[in-house]
Design a protein around this ligand. Structure first.
Ligand code: PMP
Length: 437
């Protein structure tokens, strides 16, 4: 095979020059395993980017994609429709929390976020509260890379070069290793951090705030879990001040936390949920926003009959091939019980296995919920804020794909993973962490 030319592809979220000096190429994937171009087998302990929930290359999804591409590959979705879009939306809302029965489709998490923020602003206008424009996010939050998402997001490298053009304010993040180290499941301490929302409301005025957007657990921020009672408290404060609450469930949706959505797991129902990634098992790009009926009805009722109620949409909203992939994905999730599997024995095994690393000198925190987790390392002086990346590179060499975020190693394996495979991941991590000490 001729040498691969890596020049033309400007890679996303990657140090291009360093990568191109030593490319790591994945050639094939099956189940929880990746195979590199040199034939090495790697355990995908991140399910891609928190998304290949049912494991890789599931034949029935591939078949559905193939069939759909041969039947109706595409047709305009503005003013026309295809049955599959309606059928798929109907099927999706069987899994959403009560009352979130409307679905707006995009192609990614970032587009789902932009759509949700625009629906929030449109809704406030539609009910005569157009002054409500401020959007509240949270430090260390990640909501994709478009301008709305980087405004509400709270990871500085994502917005520093571009600004945060929307009117935003931010809650504090909830990572508190000092008080919550080695908590299993939700941390005990920190519910009071939700009260910061009261402070922001007092400061800006409820009459100027449209919505609050948070991830139920912050994924790209480093698997930062909500303290016990925190999400409920946010809901209460939003209700008190008539603010919309949006959960960005791009990662937490589709079984990651042991329920179809974190909202269901924690019994806190937001006004909108953004979704992507696992929605199609990451096979074909698709994003969606699930919206409360009342929001939809308000937007509809405010517009004269026969006019476009919401000036928004994508060429590929409800793309037939994505809908077909999504349908086949739901078949698997439902049949194999994957939406709740992480809440059962396998989630417990994951917890125990990860926490077995707590005896290592340079492990300062282990946090987990469902089939997500992070191991926080004490970084040597020269690697502060970067030791996670170093550990990730070493894990790759050891045969595990894990994500480095700051000083943490973050993981979210496919929901089909078995106990012995979890043990292999943890054993390999032990070697990596040990050699970093
Ligand atoms: N929201 C959250 C919570 C995410 O984790 C991500 C992606 N990691 C996004 C939005 C953006 O999704 P995408 O990369 O598909 O645009």
């Amino acid at each position: 095979m001729s040498e691969l030319n890596t020049d033309a592809f400007w890679m996303p979220f990657t140090p291009n020059r360093a990568y191109k000096a030593a490319p790591r190429i994945v050639e094939r994937a099956e189940g929880i395993y990746l195979t590199t171009d040199t034939g090495r087998q790697i355990i995908d302990a991140t399910a891609g980017l928190w998304c290949s929930n049912a494991g890789h290359c599931r034949a029935e999804i591939a078949d559905a994609i193939h069939r759909q591409a041969q039947t109706l590959d595409y047709s305009s979705i503005f003013n026309f429709g295809h049955e599959l879009g309606f059928q798929y939306a109907e099927r999706l809302i069987k899994h959403t929390p009560d009352g979130l029965n409307k679905v707006f489709f995009g192609n990614s998490g970032s587009e789902a976020v932009e759509t949700a923020l625009k629906i929030a602003l449109q809704y406030q206008r539609a009910r005569g509260k157009g002054e409500r424009k401020i959007l509240i996010g949270r430090e260390k939050g990640y909501h994709g890379v478009n301008f709305g998402g980087i405004s509400v997001g709270g990871l500085p490298p994502n917005f520093q070069a571009f600004g945060q053009p929307l009117q935003v304010a931010h809650l504090p993040h909830t990572l508190d290793i000092e008080r919550n180290a080695f908590s299993r499941g939700l941390p005990e301490h920190g519910v009071e951090l939700a009260d910061e929302l009261e402070r922001l409301v007092n400061f800006h005025g409820a009459e100027r705030i449209a919505a609050v957007m948070v991830e139920p657990f912050a994924g790209a921020g480093g698997v930062i879990l909500p303290p016990k009672g925190y999400l409920k408290r946010l809901r209460e404060i939003c209700d008190k001040h008539d603010l919309l609450l949006i959960f960005d469930e791009v990662i937490t949706g589709w079984g990651r936390m042991g329920s179809a959505f974190a909202s269901i797991e924690f019994d806190v129902i937001p006004d909108m949920i953004t979704s992507a990634k696992g929605i199609t098992n990451a096979t074909v790009p698709l994003g969606a926003v699930f919206v409360k009926d009342g929001i939809y009805n308000t937007v509809m009722d405010a517009a004269p009959e026969g006019t476009v109620e919401f000036f928004h949409g994508y060429t590929y909203s409800a793309h037939p091939v994505a809908c077909a992939a999504g349908m086949a994905t739901l078949d698997i999730y439902e049949r194999e019980g994957l939406l709740t599997r992480a809440g059962g024995d396998i989630g417990k095994h994951w917890e125990n296995a990860l926490h077995s690393l707590a005896d290592m000198d340079n492990v300062i925190d282990v946090r987990n919920y469902g089939l997500a987790g992070a191991v926080e390392l004490r970084a040597p002086e020269n690697l502060k804020g970067k030791v996670g990346g170093k550990a990730s590179a070493m894990a790759w060499e050891a045969g595990v794909m894990a994500r480095g975020i700051g000083d943490a190693i973050c993981m979210s394996p496919p929901l089909i993973i078995e106990a012995h495979e979890i043990d292999t991941i943890v054993e390999k991590l032990r070697g990596v962490i040990g050699s970093l000490a």
